[in-house]
Structure formats: C-alpha cells, structure tokens
Design a protein around this ligand. Structure first.
Ligand code: IFM
Length: 721
C-alpha cells in the first residue's frame, strides 16, 4: 500500500515531514526531500537520547543528515553559470513523494525544468528494521538531454533544534572512502558518529572530490550524462551513539541491507495489519496507523518507550507520556507482546525516579513523571505553555497535579498479564511498581471525616483545561483500580512465590477500608457523572460561543485566564475515558447519557480524545459517530490536522497515541473483541461502510485469527506463532 502526494507545495513541507516519516524505533527520518536542511525541518530524531542546555527545555537529539544531496547543472559551452536544482527555487515539472507502507520505504521523484531540458531525480530510502544503526538510500538522476551534472552529497552537519544547539561541532574525516563525522552532545558529551559511503558503477566517467565545509562534509561528483542516461548511486549510512558498528553488517552492500530491512518490516506489517472489506478509506486509515506504530517499536532495546510525538522531532521534549500506556499499548500487547514488555520495562526501570518525585511533592510511593525522559526524570516544566499575547510563561499544573499518570502504568501492566498470561514477568520488580503506585495514591488521598469518605483533592485530570480540581472522576476511579490491582497481583505473587513482603502486607491491611470508602463519583439522577466537584455549576456555553470570545486562534484555553477554564468546555475525553476503562460497571443508559452530554462540550484539542469518544460511541450503537471518530484518529497525520500550537509553544509532529486509538477503535470498538477468562469473544459494531474485518491477535501466548462479517464474527486459533 502506497501513501503519496503528486505535487510539490512549499506549504506542505512540515506536514509531509510527518506524513512520510520513516523509522525503526531507534531513529526517525522525517519525510523531507534530500535537498532540504534544518530550515525545512529535516530531522533524524533519536528518541531516548536527550540533551538539555542551561535554562532551556530538554530536547531529544537530532543527528546530522548523511543523505543531504543537491544537484548542479554545469553551464554548456559559452554559458558559464551553473544552475543549482532545488525544489524551493527551481521550476518543477512534476513531483511525487510518498511511502510504501509495508516496506517502510520513502520515495520521491521530481522532474526539474533546467535551462538544458528536464532532469528527473528519484530516490528511495529506509531506516533499517533489521539492523538499527543503518540507513540506506538510492538515487537515480536522468537528464532528458546530455548534461554535465555535479552531485553534491554528504553529511549535513547542521541540525534542526528546538531548544538547542545540542551538538558541539565535531571532527570530520575520511577513511577508506567512508565519510565520518563525529560530534558530541552538549550536556553529556555523548559521541554521535555519522558515517556514510556510496557506491556507483565504475562504468560512469566521474570526477570525485571530497570537501569539508564548516556546515557540511560533502562529496562532489562530476559526471557527464548522455540523453536519457541514468546515473544511479546507492548510499549506506550508519548513526551510532557511543557504540561501535558491527563491521560484518556495515560491510554488507546496499541491496542486501535493503532486502533485510524490507523482509523484516514486511513481516511485522503483515502480521499486524487489519484487512478491511468494503471501505478503502478505513483500510487506508488503519494501515497507515499501524505503519506509524510499527516504525516506533523499540526493537533495539529491552527497556525503552515511545515519545508522544514519536520520531517526528523534538516536540514535548521527546518525552514519554501516558499516551504510551493507555493509547499505544493495546496495539503492542496484541500484536507484538515482546515490544509491550520493553515498554513496561522502561517504567519498571524508572521506578526510582518516580519514588523520588513522590517524595519531592511530599508523598510516598511512585509518582511517575508527566513527561518522562531518561531514567524517568520528569522533563515537564511548571510553566509548560506561553501566553500568545504577552509571550510570558503560563503556570500549568500538569507536572505536579496530573497524578493519574501513575495509574496508567499499572493499567498497562494489568493488560499485559491479562492478554499474555506471562506471569514470569510478575517479578519482585514488577510487584514493586504495583505496590509503589498504590502507596502513592494511599499517601495522596485525604480522609474527609465529615463526609465519611476518602477523596482526592487538587488534581488535574485528562482534561487539562480544568486544573487543580477535586475528585476528578477519572483520577478517582483509576486510583481505586490501582489499589485493586495491587491487591490482586500481590495475592498472585504470594501464591507463586509463597513469600510475603512485610511492607506490602502492611499496605494490604490498610487498603480494605480505603477501597470501600474511596469516593467514586456515581451517575446522578440524569445518569450523568460529574467530571469533578462543581463542574456542573460552571458556565455552560457552546463551542461557537467560546470561538466568538477568542482573541487569537492559538490562545491557551486553560490555566488561570483561559476561556475554557471557567466553563464546561473541556479539552479532551475525561469522563468518557473513565467510562471506557470501566464500562462493565455502568449501564448502557449511563454510557449514552454521558456521551450525549460531554460530546458537545468537548473541543477535542488533544489528539487523545477522538478515539475515546469513538470507543464509547461503538458501545452505544452510535456507529456513524464511531466511524467519524475513527477517521479523525487514524488520518490525523495523513491529513496534517493535528494542532500546531499550545499557546505560543510549537507542538507539531506525529500523533502515535491517535494511531493507537484508531487501532483500539477498530479491534475493541468495531470488532468488539473482548478477552475474558481465557477466551476471546467478538460482538461486532461495524459502522455501515465497513463490511468485514480480518486480523490476528496474540492472546495468552497463542495467535488467533479474527474474522468479522457484518454482525457475526469468528475466532480461530492459528497453528504456528
Ligand atoms: O498526554 C497528552 C495530554 O493528555 C494532552 N496534551 C498532550 C499530551 C501528549 O500527547
């Protein structure tokens, strides 16, 4: 399946950078053209590699680009000037750019009009799924008329940085015709090495020179081509960080690397992809979403996670949010349980920092970071947004009050055990996470004696426009859930290991009373659950009214002065996310009433919102709505519809949580797949355009094929895994 554009527009450079991104979890390469540089937001982003400059926000590091290439046409006799071909300056006759989804291969083909006739440049590139530090590119250059062409190709030392510069300028060298550029990250002094080598047929008569400029290390290859003759070269690059490249692999030829990559990615893609019958748009949406999730999977490590903006750049500090555990995790646990384990391991390994954060805020247990970077350090700023009018930072209560983050980790852990049955993972380390999270909420609840209940005050729920609220329904239910799962897994741990852990025993004995008395906001007489204490008393205005009041399209709607803060308008699914998580506890009438109430009051200004509404819509039979929300989630990066600014802060990039949401919506919503007591059941809710679905999932160590046709479905075990 191919996703492409058939024209070039400067206005689409940023969008296409996200739309046509390739990557392998270790490295992302934005969908930019080879002639582009940092001004066009070229980024070879290295998730999990961070750099922070004094007084600035953290960024994940972007590596120098080894595929930087531009062409020059030498003037013909009597006409001395050379002509540089560049999409932003030259006349373009035709242009195609895209990705082949099942190969994770980026391609472009541009026909430039030159003073000597047309010239076609085409390229393909990949970031290897088979051997992670390797990238490959192939370029073909074909002039319509005889031309003398200079190919400038090498390593662009300049990188796009949000809060940089993050790289010290480094040393360039050439060894055995390999261009090598070694630079250092500023904060930690990590050695980032970029190597590139090229190959082309000796049949061409070329003149090659290498030049080291302050901003680039370049090969300058001069070649005279006949009418219609193609000059083809291939390039391999290797990007390593404080590690050596495996010579046996680096030494392989381009074609070998390409085939290894293609076979590896194709296998992953085909085993995860969903076949949709009767609806090309939904097919595109789901395959495109699955593609985005697969290129993020950290196969290169045993403990790593996925940033909220994936591999697309440095937005949100390259940090990991609840997006991973709540929105992307279901895809990984059902299609690649080993990757799911890697994601969890990251949180288990970062437990010490979560414990430290809880202590810093005066609590016990584990308070996981809102924006997690290396080792689980919280990169979230207390002033996470800027005011568009004054350019002053706005105090936001994400880092210190969004305590629901800890419960997201136990929620994912619980899903892992439920879906995989892999209790070998219920080690003391894992148990420790259940314990510390439960302890955190235990230390955070407040015993309201006059009300005779435990409450959670001063929190920010998923809806970030209403900060510092009391008894946010989502947070309270998730805290309650965290207590329950701690008790459940502690019981299991005990029965497997026949050993008790004193501190856990102590918490266990305290929790029985807390569980019974922790306040869980219940449906009122209209079946509505109040998002937090006092929410229903807020001004009840329409979205249109809010828009009328807005003075600037990007003004921040939350915080002390935000237009939404004093109203019932919310940023994203909040009660609805809670209802999805705990759907078994509520009647259909409650689901319906809340869906109807909160829908017109939700701005969906977070990409995490649509899928939750879509999931609840599928439960209550609002299939047109669920379909619309599916397309919103699945095609957000295809259409480039994600928000670009939160106040004055740039937040562009890809939206992997939304891709994960689209997967959930199709599998758990449309197909109605449920996993209970060792059995998979289906209860299809296919929206009208979709006639059928076919896909496989992993459950309890086995692979199952699920086929939905209209309102019926079947589940069949697949022999080999
Ligand atoms: O995690 C989300 C949050 O819920 C809304 N703001 C953006 C974050 C990253 O996607």
């Amino acid at each position: 399946m191919i996703v492409k554009t058939e024209y070039f527009s400067q206005a689409d450079i940023e969008k296409n950078g996200n739309k046509f991104i390739i990557g392998n979890g270790y490295l992302g390469y934005r969908g930019t053209l080879e002639e582009f540089r940092k001004t066009e937001l070229v980024a070879l982003n290295m998730p999990g590699v961070y750099d922070t400059l004094p007084g600035k926000w953290t960024d994940s590091v972007n590596a120098p680009n080894p595929f930087y290439t531009y062409l020059e046409i030498l003037g013909c006799e009597g006409k001395k000037e050379t002509e540089i071909l560049h999409p932003l300056k030259s006349k373009i006759v035709s242009h195609k750019q895209g990705i082949i989804l099942d190969e994770a291969l980026h391609f472009r083909e541009t026909v430039f009009q030159t003073s000597q006739g047309n010239l076609t440049v085409s390229s393909k590139r990949f970031v290897s799924s088979a051997y992670y530090p390797i990238l490959g590119m192939e370029m073909n250059i074909t002039p319509k008329n005889p031309m003398e062409i200079v190919i400038n190709t090498g390593i662009d030392k300049e990188v796009w940085d949000q809060f940089g510069p993050h790289l010290e300028s480094g040393e360039a060298s050439v060894q055995n015709d390999v261009l090598i550029y070694v630079c250092r990250t500023k904060e930690k002094g990590l050695n980032l090495t970029v190597q590139e080598k090229i190959a082309y047929s000796p049949y061409y008569e070329t003149y090659e020179n290498i030049e080291n400029f302050p901003d680039k290390l370049m090969r300058i290859i001069k070649v005279r081509l006949k009418r219609g003759e193609t000059f083809k070269f291939t390039k391999l690059a290797c990007i390593t960080l404080n590690q050596a490249v495996e010579e046996s692999l680096w030494g392989l030829r381009y074609q070998k690397h390409y085939l290894m990559h293609r076979n590896c990615f194709r296998e992953r893609f085909n085993s995860a992809n969903i076949q949709v019958e009767g609806d090309g748009l939904a097919q595109l949406g789901i395959s495109y979403s699955i593609y985005h999730l697969l290129i993020l999977a950290p196969h290169h490590k045993k403990s790593a996670s996925i940033p909220a903006r994936g591999l697309s750049g440095q937005v949100y500090k390259g940090a990991v949010f609840w997006d991973t555990e709540i929105f992307m995790f279901p895809f990984f646990v059902l299609t690649a349980p080993e990757v799911a384990k890697t994601l969890l391991r990251y949180r288990i390994d970062s437990l010490p920092k979560a414990i430290q954060k809880a202590q810093e805020f005066g609590f016990s247990g584990a308070y996981y970071p809102w924006e997690s970077i290396e080792d689980g350090v919280d990169a979230c700023s207390l002033f996470n947004v800027t005011d568009v009018f004054t350019n002053r930072p706005i105090r936001t209560y994400f880092k210190d009050k969004q305590i629901h983050i800890s419960s997201a980790i136990v929620y994912a852990l619980d899903r892992y055990f439920k879906y995989t049955g892999d209790f070998s993972f219920l080690t003391e380390d894992t148990m420790q996470v259940f314990y510390e999270v439960a302890l955190f909420y235990y230390s955070r609840i407040y015993n309201s004696q006059w009300q005779d209940r435990y409450i959670l005050t001063d929190v920010t729920g998923p809806d970030e426009y209403h900060e510092r609220v009391d008894n946010n329904a989502y947070t309270n239910y998730m805290a309650h859930f965290s207590f329950e799962v701690f008790l459940k897994y502690y019981g299991l741990f005990w029965s497997i290991n026949q050993k008790s852990i004193i501190r856990m025993e102590d918490l266990k004995s305290k929790l029985s009373q807390v569980l019974a008395k922790l306040y869980l906001p219940k449906p009122n007489k209209n079946n509505l659950i109040e998002q937090f204490d006092g929410y229903f008393a807020l001004e009840d205005i329409s979205i249109e009214e809010l828009k009328k009041r807005q003075l600037h399209p990007n003004e921040y709607l939350g915080g002390a002065w935000g237009l939404a803060s004093s109203t019932q308008l919310i940023k994203q699914a909040d009660v609805l996310t809670m209802l999805w998580h705990f759907k078994e506890q509520f009647s259909l009438d409650v689901l319906k009433a809340n869906y109807e109430y909160y829908s017109p009051r939700t701005l969906h200004t977070s990409s995490l919102s649509a899928c939750m509404y879509g999931l609840v819509a599928s439960l209550i039979g609002k299939l047109d709505d669920s379909y619309r929300f599916f397309l919103d989630s699945a095609l957000i990066d295809y259409e480039g519809k994600g928000g670009k600014y939160a106040g004055g802060i740039y937040i562009g990039g890809t939206h992997p949580a939304s891709s994960g949401g689209a997967y959930m919506l199709m599998v758990l919503g449309f197909a109605g797949v449920r996993f209970e007591g060792g059995k998979i059941t289906v209860k299809p809710n296919l929206p009208p355009p979709i006639k059928g679905l076919k896909f496989t999932v992993n459950y309890l160590g086995k692979l199952y094929q699920i086929e939905i046709k209209g309102s019926t479905g079947s589940v069949t075990g697949v022999e080999s895994m």
